[in-house]
Design a protein around this ligand. Sequence first.
Ligand code: ADP
Ligand code: MG
Length: 701
Amino acid sequence: MQDLLDTEIKYLQGVGPKRAELLNKELNIFTYRDLLYFFPYKYIDRSRIYKINELDQELPFIQIKGVIKGYYTEGRGSGKRLVADFQDDTGSIKLVWFKGTKWIMQSYVPNAEYIVFGKPGIFNGVVNIIHPEIEAAEKIAQRISSAFQAQYSTTETLKNHFLTSRAVSKLLGNLFRQINFRLPETLPDYILSKYKLAGLHEALFKIHFPSNAADVEKAGYRLKFEELFYIQLNLIRYKNNRARKQRGFIFSNVGENFNNFYFNNLPFKLTEAQKRVMKEIRKDLGSGKQMNRLLQGDVGSGKTLVALMSMLIAIDNGYQACIMAPTEILAGQHYYTVTNMLQGLNINVRLLTGSSKRSLRSEISDSLIDSSLNILIGTHALIEENVRFSNLGLVVIDEQHRFGVEQRAKLWKKNLNPPHVLVMTATPIPRTLAMTLYGDLDVSVIDELPPGRKPIMTMHFFDSERNKVYGFLRERISEGKQVFVVYPLIKESEKMDYKDLEDGWDNMSRVFPSPDYCISVVHGKMTPAVKEESMKLFKEGKAHILIATTVIEVGVDIPNASVMVIESAERFGLSQLHQLRGRVGRGADQSYCILMTSGKLSKEAAARIEVMIRTNDGFEIAETDLQLRGPGDIEGTMQSGIPFDLKIADLGKDGQLIEYVRRIAEDILAKDPLLEQNQNLILSQEMNRLFSKRQSWSNIS
Ligand code: ADP
Ligand code: MG
């Protein structure tokens, strides 16, 4: 039967090679199964047949049953139309067509009984239906159909080839006939009964051919349950497997380096959240299992410090550690922070980036091999072939979303035994989404900012109010504060008229002329050396204003910069806006974020700006983002732990169900880790079918 579902769609009655090609191209339907899982986007209630004397223009789509009494034309030129008088035993209305009139007259003959479907309107005081759907009453009785009628979204091309929603429904009817109304179950009986789920066959049939809304509800629940359940089952099985197989280095001591740092160098008290997370990490490191932990914390929550202390534990146990960052600026920033914090300790820290000189590289190489190098900080350069550690014990990956899984995998392979891995991200992901995106990682959350931070004040100005903003900046600069100005692009968009960075720079230089003001510029097309120089100017407080593209988006830590101006803010997504805003508010001063936009905002852009003004809470912003955009955009699917598109479930809306099925999956695997029990046979078969071919992605993270 499984094989039957893999049959190419062209073999289905009513399809054939030509239509098959269209279905492939337009709807991604290649097999019987694809068609079966092509779900309707809405339903129309056709359970009731109205009488003509009940009709008025307030009614939605309705149907009536009667006969065509005759055709004639009305109007002239573009208003010329074909009209039919349509009658039942209570009265008569007009059916109206502006196009395809010849075909209509040939297809629907007077005095035969038809069901007419459409939205009633009124013209010159007479009820009419424009371009109605018509079907012979007896035909409806014959085909598989239902009163609660499924509507499928099809494309223009498909409609031009008569592959309308109704045609798709007919094909589905043919399909159910061909498989003889029997589909093999894909969930074990005990799950169906325990969680009160409809059988697969019933669910699939009812989702396409329901009799009422309750049918749709019940069918939809079963199908969503299954879709999310298998994803979680796969993630947890994978996680358990790894935990069983991969032995991890045991870091049993917290030694001299850690203690020295903690008692002598740590400039402030850890927040409660930092302490809790450190405990979680220490537990992992001492467990004998390989740590794979995601550290989530809003921007500015102090993740770097947690990374640093974890690395010190590695060093105390005789291992090396590294931090990998997505940009040179950020790697440089970490290097600066780490070396500063470790002053007076005998720890050898080095920075390796794409622009490191060859002599430095070979020096680093040597010291990696002879173990004299303790901490290596860098960019992608760390994963190049020729970088070899002698005993890499801990890998920290910062701002995780910038790295592909494959790049991470390369780091794994640098050791015979996989090092412990700490992945840090400031992209706040709602809990249930994290369960799916990072479902195979353990998650720690820093949900508290260091004390004394004042919430950033966010304001919105239109471009026309620019002068007000300049006045505000002048005041802040006169108080000794520094200002970021960020642009979405530099000369990348020809079509659209966005203020780009160069214009902005010209403009700012006029408003803030030297020698009174110093402006520094950073963008993606500069060489690393020039970039570094500009950053330094700003970091050392010599420049008042830093104009930048989104290169500063992640991680840059300059406490004295307390104003962030985001130009063309309507162009940025919510999480990006939040990240950018997080560059300020790091010192004790009141910080400001100014969102500049053009006068015309789309509904979504206005909603984004509104949320930014309303809250500083990254998680609330992420939830809103999820609702505004849907989860698809947040993280590429390949990275997300879902190797296929979701057909029916919605990561944004089905959060509760995700948690529910995750617990069920955990429970099942706790009792039967390899899914070997008889009752779980179906589960392992389904897992093979769903994941085996596409499993390679998940060998990694
Ligand atoms: P992020 O989580 O965004 O990477 P950072 O690690 O860069 O945040 O920390 C942001 C700032 O907060 C840094 O200047 C850091 O020194 C400071 N910081 C970190 N932890 C604390 C703490 N417990 N108390 C006070 N300041 C802290
Ligand atoms: Mg950081």
